[in-house]
Design a protein around this ligand. Sequence first.
Ligand SMILES: [Zn+2]
Ligand SMILES: [Zn+2]
Length: 420
Amino acid sequence: MQIIDIAKRILKTGYVCDNCLGRQFAQLLSGCTNKERGKAVRLILAMQAEQDDEKIHPANFRELTFRNKTIKTEKATCCVCEGLFENLPQISKKILKEIHDLEYDTFHIGVRLSDSLLKNEESLWETSGIETTESIKKELTREIGKLIQKKTKKEVDLKTPDIVILLNLDKNAIELTINSLYLYGRYKKHIKIPQTKHYCPDCHGNGCDKCNWRGLTYDTSVQQLIAEPILEATEGVDTKFHGQGREDIDVLCLGWRPFVIEVIEPAKRQLELEKLKTTINKTCAKKIEIDSLRYSGKKELQELKSIHPDKTYLLTLKPKKPVTEKDLEKLDALVGTITQQTPIRVKHRRADIKRKRKIYSVKYTKTKDNILKVELKTQAGLYIKELATGDDGRTEPSISAILDTEIEVLDLTVTEVHCR
Ligand SMILES: [Zn+2]
Ligand SMILES: [Zn+2]
């Protein structure tokens, strides 16, 4: 069908705006807007109408002046978009007001159509066919995006935008999603605290008698110490802490361990990271320490979670029997592969399986009062305490089995996390 014939059919029954008319020919020509396409087609039809009689709804010529005849026009609302495209400046003003207090570099516009808009579009397509058309949703999204971009000078990002603005035409509302902000850093842990915030298992964070109405099992954690100043600076609502592996509560970490902290719904994103790092290190002195604080993203978080670095540990052990220097040398046999059944202490929350893990090196010394210091470089995922005690034969070989004595673990420290 000819463009003019299609246009005549579209404009026959009621007023259709330039955008909605032009959109039916969106796949013809590039470098022009649907509004321009619609205007061009309308002009041709108007000239034809002036020459012959065209059966077109007169409201469609409401902004034109005829030379040779008078066509009585009236004000009307587009029967396809219900006046949406003419209202775009007001809609974008509303959006700008909503996002005014937010800091962001990138955004993404979404549109949810109302049932009546969907119906209008369907019946329009029945009239015009869909050969050269595009959807109203696509045009709305693009045109609002252009307006917001022009006013804010921010970029549209379809994949990982800082904020998502949804124009919900079904509810006649603007719905904002503020995406998380990710920061990368490394920490050392100088005191025996958990890595992440533990909610009280009885009240799940709401507060109860058992947790003294704190909602938490422990007073503090690496996460809380780092998060507090970050939440203040970003005005976020919460954080998620992702460490590259973790150490137990009673294990110190004196080597730098990488982490990504995720700030939920931050209002501010432009941070003075150097200053923030200094603040954290000052307020948390002697508890934890951080460095390398910088902006990060979801991709790095995924990488962080998928890489399991080797570690070096320092064990302080108390054997039940006296151990000689000669006995100690037997510990060289630890270098190689260790077979470890899931430890008894974690069996309730981990699958009970046998795993093989490597030990790359071992160093040892002994004090006069029979205290052993053992340094081990190991593959990730080896349970170190059980390597010392043997865990009732579930870990083989073990320090306890090699020295043929019961072993008490006095202290365990991560001294290095071998990243790359
Ligand atoms: Zn329209
Ligand atoms: Zn509680």
